[in-house]
Design a binder for this molecule. Structure first.
Ligand code: BEZ
Length: 210
């Protein structure tokens, strides 16, 4: 069964490019982006991994650790990592799980048999420090993911965890946000002293909280 939002992300121990790895120990109290790709030595995956390696400082700024996975063994990952560095101009700087026995892929529902019965699809799980799954995405093999969108969602998750706000469609850092409907106008006066705009009683926007 696939993981749903709010579920606890299962722990596992598996081989990786950084040796045997126990997921919870490795994650510590960070947020995690766990993402699978179909296969080593494939073009789209090569670009994705180079991109995530380049974006690692952006993930770190947000307290997020990144970790990749495919059902290829560790020696295959190691050889391919050299190609990633050569073609993407960026060394792999995060672990790639070598899930040759599909233990993690099965646990997280990363194999979709009607798409491909042996390879992992492009799954993404954003997991918070309480191990809760906060976002899932599934992309097809031929479509590389937009990792800027992942950073955007993480920004929204982290802010909406802290403040009684939600983010509108296409929101990005610095844009106005929405006051959640459960907050009364009386409460909003304390929470948002800078004021808000009431477009409708259920749609009130305010400046992004600091
Ligand atoms: C790729 O990463 O390029 C890829 C992987 C599996 C199927 C199609 C493309």
């Amino acid at each position: 069964m696939s993981l749903r939002l709010g579920d606890i992300a299962p722990d596992f121990t598996q081989d990786s490019t950084e040796g045997r790895l126990s997921f919870y120990d490795w994650a510590g109290d960070s947020w995690v982006v766990l993402f699978s790709h179909p296969k080593d030595y494939t073009p789209v995956c090569t670009t994705e991994l180079g991109l995530v390696a380049k974006l690692k400082p952006e993930f770190e700024k947000r307290g997020v650790k990144v970790i990749g996975l495919s059902v290829d063994p560790a020696d295959s990952h190691a050889g391919w990592a050299k190609d990633i560095e050569e073609t993407q101009g960026q060394k792999l700087n995060f672990p790639l799980i070598a899930d040759a026995d599909r233990k993690v892929a099965d646990l997280y529902g990363m194999i979709h048999p009607n798409a491909n019965d042996t390879l992992t699809v492009r799954s993404v799980f954003v997991i918070d420090p309480n191990r809760k799954v906060r976002l899932t995405l599934t992309y097809p093999a031929a479509t590389g993911r937009n990792f800027d969108e992942l950073l955007r969602v993480i920004d929204s998750l982290q802010m909406t965890d802290k403040h009684k706000v939600a983010t509108p469609g296409n929101w990005k850092q610095g844009d106005d946000v929405i006051i959640v409907p459960s907050v009364t106008n009386e409460q909003a006066k304390d929470l948002f002293p800078g004021g808000w705009t009431e477009h409708k009683p259920y749609l009130r926007t305010t400046k992004q909280p600091a």
